[in-house]
Design a protein around this ligand. Structure first.
Ligand SMILES: [Zn+2]
Ligand SMILES: [Zn+2]
Length: 492
């Protein structure tokens, strides 16, 4: 499997070029004509093919990684060098490779990193497992089980465990395989358990993700088991005390309330006040009675009358600036493209003042629009507000990380003549901002409406649209055939 670089002929290259252009195919048998035994046999063949594909995928991932050496990465101690040491990156491979793989596979960075790391482990530590996959003799799930247990030990030990278990691995359940591999590893490398624990601790984090319960989110923290048990014990005891005091809500609901209260400590007023930053988005068409003219408002000026109408609606809903926080109002076109943003104060001022050229009349001139470009490097406050309202999260395809109040990033760098204009600014999380600044061979383009197109050094292009923007309309239907006046109704 370890590819010895043989000279590649021009014919081979041309042939490979032709092959990768073709759409993928799968060998299928007509299921309806297969007997029961044939269906079962074909299912077994499909499992073998999946394993073979998994081995092939790992080979491709490693091949792509080899195209992305770390020579061009910012060297330690130079500007742009990262200040942290990553856990699972491939030695000698660019730190930006995982982001590239995520775009190629169209998956998140964590998932891409896991796949790259697994491929690396197959090659370095579990070559026989990799070969068994490639031959379709071992399924991917069992191979991944071996990777999981053996990825943190040295390659020599991993290969020893592999040599002992692989011949019978397919006979055991994945659970048994994991147990045997763990036991054998402990025997050969007694310190491996402590090392894995240390590594797990370094990767620990607190996470928030959508809960399967409707409208809820889950907070989770990775903790040593005894600490986790102690934390739960505290929450549970307090919840039971509430219950004894007569609160008859379900115990789960009480635990959740206790949990949130312990973390937020509403009884302590010493800390910094909790601030909220509200964003409200309104469609221009919904203002000043224009909703009847759907589709006709795009590009029309935002007038003082619009703003008065918007303020009336906000006041009617009782919406104001939260204490210590901020309120940004965004105005969008019918198709969701952001036209302008303003704070509540600005809205009131503009609505009162109206148009400067025609004071005291309802002239219909624009009083608010997209922020003007500036000559300076730093975006203006209005531009920051606009871009943050438009983008909401990191715009790198497959990312979606929340971004702080950091500067919006120039898509075409300022030093390369990129203007400080909303059409050349977008939100990037820190890690993708670094990639954009330091990784070689990437191309970034942004449209006037903020549609961002990213192309990897390997030529895969992905596009992200601002989250509020609706997808472009499908091609219009052909005009209906003119119908004769005496057309018979269809017979149904
Ligand atoms: Zn005017
Ligand atoms: Zn990002």
């Amino acid at each position: 499997m370890s590819a010895v670089a043989a000279p590649v002929s021009r014919v081979e290259r041309a042939l490979a070029g032709w092959l990768v252009e073709r759409p993928p195919t799968v060998q299928r048998l007509p299921v309806a004509v297969l007997s029961r035994e044939q269906k079962a046999a074909e299912l077994a063949r499909v499992q073998a093919r999946k394993a073979m594909d998994a081995a092939y995928e790992a080979e491709l991932v490693l091949g792509l990684a080899d195209e992305s050496p770390d020579d061009d990465d910012p060297a330690p101690g130079t500007p742009g060098a990262r200040s942290w040491k990553p856990d699972a990156e491939l030695p000698g491979v660019s730190e930006f490779f995982t982001a590239e793989l995520a775009l190629v596979l169209n998956c998140g960075r964590v998932a891409a990193g896991k796949r790259a790391h697994r491929a690396w482990i197959y090659r370095e530590s579990l070559p026989a497992t990799w070969a068994a996959l490639a031959a379709g003799e071992l399924d991917e799930y069992r191979a991944m089980t071996l990777v999981e247990v053996l990825q943190h030990t040295d390659p020599a030990t991993a290969r020893q465990v592999e040599a002992r278990l692989l011949p019978r691995a397919a006979e055991w359940t994945a659970g048994m395989l994991r147990k045997r591999a763990t036991e054998l590893l402990l025997e050969l490398d007694p310190h491996s358990a402590a090392r894995r624990e240390r590594q797990a601790r370094r990767r620990a984090d607190v996470r928030v993700y959508p809960s399967p319960q409707h409208g809820m989110a889950t907070v989770a923290a990775d903790l040593p088991p005894e600490v986790a048990a102690a934390c739960f014990e505290v929450v549970d005891r307090l919840a039971r005390m509430l219950k004894v005091d007569g609160d008859d809500r379900p115990i789960g609901e009480l635990r959740c309330e206790v949990y949130a209260a312990l973390l937020q400590r509403p009884w302590e007023h010493a800390g910094p006040p909790v601030t909220a930053h509200l964003q409200i988005v309104a469609t221009l068409a919904s203002l000043a009675g224009r909703s009847d003219e759907c589709g006709e408002v795009n590009g029309l000026p935002i007038t003082a009358a619009h703003l008065r109408d918007l303020l009336r609606q906000l006041d009617a809903l009782g919406i104001g600036v939260p204490e210590g926080g901020s309120l940004t109002v965004g105005l969008t076109e019918e198709d969701g493209v952001l036209r302008a943003t303003a704070t509540l104060d600005q809205l009131r001022r503009l609505a009162r003042r109206g148009c400067l050229d025609h004071p005291g009349t309802d002239c219909g001139c624009a009083v608010l629009d997209r922020p003007q470009p500036t000559d300076r490097y730093r975006p203006t406050a209005a531009q920051q507000r606009f871009v943050h309202t438009r983008d909401r999260t990191c715009r790198f395809p497959t990312c979606g990380q929340r971004v702080g109040c950091a500067d919006a990033d120039h898509v075409v760098p300022h030093t390369h003549g990129g203007p400080t204009d909303c059409a050349n600014l977008c939100c990037m999380c820190r890690s993708h901002h670094r990639l954009k600044t330091h990784a070689r061979g990437w191309r970034f383009q942004i449209s006037d409406d903020g549609v961002l197109t990213v192309t990897t050094p390997s030529g895969i292009t992905r596009t992200t649209r601002p989250p509020g923007m609706r997808p472009p309309p499908a091609a219009p239907d052909p005009p209906p055939e003119p119908t004769a006046p005496d057309h018979d109704p269809p017979p149904f």
